[in-house]
Design a protein around this ligand. Structure first.
Ligand code: NAD
Length: 302
């Protein structure tokens, strides 16, 4: 039997509608809307396209959006001063610095300079600590893991007591999603195993998973026979495996594959995310949700 598809494109629409409606209500009641600033240094084409999408989404949900583009030659001190300015700006609730930064700038120093209460990416050590503590301490869960958890919940998959296996231990996906799934509460309370490049027998661990979350960046790493029948499979991997000509635009576009052999896996899994159109669309959506939360915390309504 074919698995139920968990479509990030559909869930994104639901969440963006919810955010838009919340923004309207807050505006009516409190006279303010969430403010997001996106700082882009230089002209990396991939960064420009991410930032453009973030700005478009922010406008769609009714946020005030400031795009602050800086030249490649900006010094670290100047960038830190800019962050300080936005930290103090009452109209700004979320500060986003698009990575990567030029080599002469210390990324860690810049990210750590963001006020943790405006760190809507959730990468500041204070927010990483809050996530580890869990419960009401959590302010801004990092966007991709938050998107994964939201998809699992909205797909109606039972997480309490479930065996969750996470493939990958990166700071942006593997470690935070593992941490989130083991906390007490809705969409979590799972028994979590993290597997990685040091794991002896990947297959045996994966086969136990009721929920298998794969974020390795290796196309087709997870074989269909590693999937427990009926399991929920979340494929975070986005791997460029070639190019094709777009039917819509006639331009060359990347062929993307996940870390799971999708065609075979969908015959075994109970539910599964496609690539593209699965986890991918959730990241910017959750960034919007975190920015909305930042304003709500400030107003004392969350
Ligand atoms: P990363 O390279 O930082 O980490 C990959 C992890 O996978 C490492 O911890 C490594 O130990 C593990 N790993 C790699 N090969 C392995 C193997 N053969 N066996 C076991 N473990 C292995 O990557 P990341 O930033 O966590 O991203 C992972 C994938 O998710 C990438 O394809 C990336 O493009 C994608 N991604 C997608 C989104 C999104 O859709 N919004 C966001 C972030 C990352």
């Amino acid at each position: 039997m074919a698995a139920k598809l968990i479509k990030g494109t559909e869930i994104r629409e639901q969440i963006l509608e919810e955010i838009t409606s919340d923004v309207k209500q807050i505006k009516e009641k409190h006279g303010v809307v969430p403010g997001l600033v996106t700082i882009l240094v230089g002209a990396n084409p991939a960064s420009i396209s991410y930032v453009t999408l973030k700005i478009k989404t922010a406008h769609r949900v009714g946020f005030t959006e400031i795009q602050d583009s800086q030249p490649e030659t900006i010094t670290e001190a100047q960038l830190l001063a800019l962050i300080d300015k936005y930290n103090k700006d009452e109209s700004i609730n979320g500060i986003l610095v698009q990575l990567p930064l030029p080599k002469h700038i210390d990324e860690k120093k810049v990210l750590n300079a963001i006020d943790p209460d405006k760190d809507v990416d959730g990468f500041h050590p204070v927010n990483v600590g809050r996530l580890m503590i869990g419960g009401k301490e959590v302010k801004f869960p990092p966007c991709t893991p938050a998107g994964i958890q939201e998809m699992i919940v909205r797909a109606g998959v039972e997480t309490s007591g479930a065996e969750v296996v996470v493939v990958g231990r990166s700071n942006i996906v593997g470690k935070p999603i593992a941490n989130m799934m083991l906390q007490k509460g809705k969409g979590a309370n799972s028994t979590v195993t993290i597997v990685h490049t040091g794991t002896k027998d990947l297959a045996t661990h994966c086969k136990r998973a009721d929920i298998l979350i794969v974020a390795a960046g290796v196309p087709g790493l997870v074989k269909p026979e590693w999937i427990k029948p009926g399991a929920c499979v979340i494929d975070v991997g986005v791997n460029r495996v070639g190019e094709k000509v777009s039917e819509k635009t006639g331009q060359k576009i990347a062929i993307l594959r996940g870390d799971v052999d999708f065609d075979a896996a969908k015959e075994i899994a109970g539910s599964i995310t496609p690539v593209p159109g699965g986890v991918g669309p959730m990241t910017i959506t959750m960034l919007m949700l975190n920015t909305l939360k930042a304003l709500k915390y400030k107003l004392g309504i969350e």
